[in-house]
Design a protein around this ligand. Sequence first.
Ligand code: ADP
Length: 219
Amino acid sequence: MKLVLLGPPGAGKGTHAKILSEKQKVPHLAAGDILRRNIAQKTPLGVKAKSIIERGELVPDELVNQIMLDEIRRGGVKQGFVLDGYPRTIGQAEALDGFLKNEKTQIDAALNFATSEKMIMSRLSGRRICSKCGDNYHVRNIPPKKDGICDRCGEPLVQRKDDRPETIKHRLEVYEKETSPLIDYYSKKGLLHEIHGDYDVPELQAELKTLFDTLRLTV
Ligand code: ADP
């Protein structure tokens, strides 16, 4: 299964990508997580990306293409993947298509998580991540067992700098301008499927199962 997940910040792409990749046993390649890992490790890419991400801007295409296409290659292209947060611009989508064409394959589907602004604001403002392993929580929807502490590694949970209200607004503008044209891009290729991003996790997983059955993609 080779999937691209599209949708605004806070649409739930990461949550569902994780579930799908576990069920399918294919890698979950999350551009934001990979970039944050580079920042934590102070790699040359991380050093370049840090202030860009904190301002809610996009990291330049050539940097993101390089790192994401390397990740896909490492997982084994033919084996499949769930791409979360990549591609995020037309330039990135074209780079991905070119790469897959070279490998004599293509993506199976692009899922657009259509999500209301009210839901986006509530999900992002309540989101907390583990300062060590990066696991995602939400103060109301996905609370940790112990307040403010990661269930997995016991480290404190923090709010991402780019999840502050003033930066969220800017990220949504960047999404509209740079990323929403991908909906049309994949629609013209006949690969786009609309998903209810406002749904709760079980409802949305059921919706995905029905879609994959129709598309004859295993789940
Ligand atoms: P969200 O889906 O909530 O926006 P992510 O973790 O996917 O969060 O992304 C966080 C930030 O990382 C983005 O706002 C952007 O700065 C950077 N980023 C992630 N993916 C890309 C990408 N494909 N191209 C450029 N920048 C990216």
